[in-house]
Design a protein around this ligand. Sequence first.
Ligand code: GUN
Ligand code: ZN
Length: 436
Amino acid sequence: MTHRLALRADLLDFTADPGFEAVAEAAGVRFRPDHWLLVEGGRIVGAQPATASDDGPDASWRRIDHQGRLILPGFIDTHVHSPQLDVIASHGAALLDWLARYTFPAEQRYADPAVAAAGAARFVDALFAHGTTAAVVFPTVHKVSAETLFAAAQRRGMRLITGKVLMDTNAPEGLRDDVENAERDCTELIARWHGRDRLAYAVTVRFAGTSTREQLAMAGRLCASHPGVYMQTHVAENTDEVRWIAGLFPEARSYLDVYERHGLLHPRAVLAHGIWLDDRDRVLLHERGAQIAFCPSSNLFLGSGLFDWQATADAGVAVSMASDVGGGTSLSMSRTLADGYKVQSLRGLRLSAWKLLHAATRGAAQALGLAAEIGSLDAGCVADLTVWDWAVGPVAMHRDSLANSLHERVFAWMTLGDERNLVVTCVAGEPVYQRA
Ligand code: GUN
Ligand code: ZN
């Protein structure tokens, strides 16, 4: 008999994008207080109210009672760097200086297979310990860093999208590849990992500054010849960076246009930041079906700027949420959402908790083409889910007790909560993290 699991808690997920305005009666919000969530063979099969008169699911179900807690779909972090746990919280630099002073030296160590394997395991387990069950990840330029990350995710049954970083110029010794070897490595990695279990390959162009035109063209060829693969990169994060790229690629209309010219923009392209794009760039993103990963913690920490979510959404471009550790300072997506709220506040936009949570769950899944698998508590989805305390500590508990509406409660959870609220993380119905 297949393994049957029933989890009792308040269930919160989304059936559609709740949009920018609505707080009280937002469409697409699905809250099912005190329900049993039913999981069979690692997939969600349904839910039923846990009413007092009802004994709940029968004895064929293994029941775990989290009454009074919150169950959410596992978070999806659409842009994060596995080796940068080694440099998270490094002081005093904007992007280009930060890369040179902290990040590149740390990434050099990942040439060592033992460092890469230990780093991959540490990273994946840290995601789980923050409630993230799926991620789009940058390892390093070294083939072994992608291999070990795929292997670590595979062992844990995790949904992961990654690929060897491409960088063949403007990077220090030990962090540069070349077109021919990189193409061979990528081709081998795609053959070995793409579509295997829950893994997918992303052609990973670090950014326009660290790839030659020849390498960008090769990356475009890889996307064209392997239609299912993703592409991930950075774009228009920092004004000094934008000026530098304009000098490197004078033929391009804009930073984004560098990627367009090399065939890198398509519906599986995930571009981090996009702070300094213009309207024509946003139209182009929409035409190509490419998406933006909004990284508020990183944008604040590195002082990069305030992403224009409204203009991006108005152009019809999908926006998801991302930690961008180690530019970002936490793997916690609830902290990331709280930072997203603050960044948008500085632009005059007061986002609802619904909009933010949707962008870190179902919205991200939809943008990645994975909504049938992850991002919600729909029957049929893989049971990647998280169990949370509504409040931890005297301030949050006090605030929670005074909440007068569901949105008020969820917004306080998002703003005051973090990984200390996390009780259990499940991947395909199996616990991969449990609070001590
Ligand atoms: N641009 C190029 N590389 C990086 C990186 O590692 N982090 C961030 N935030 N931006 C980048
Ligand atoms: Zn990044």
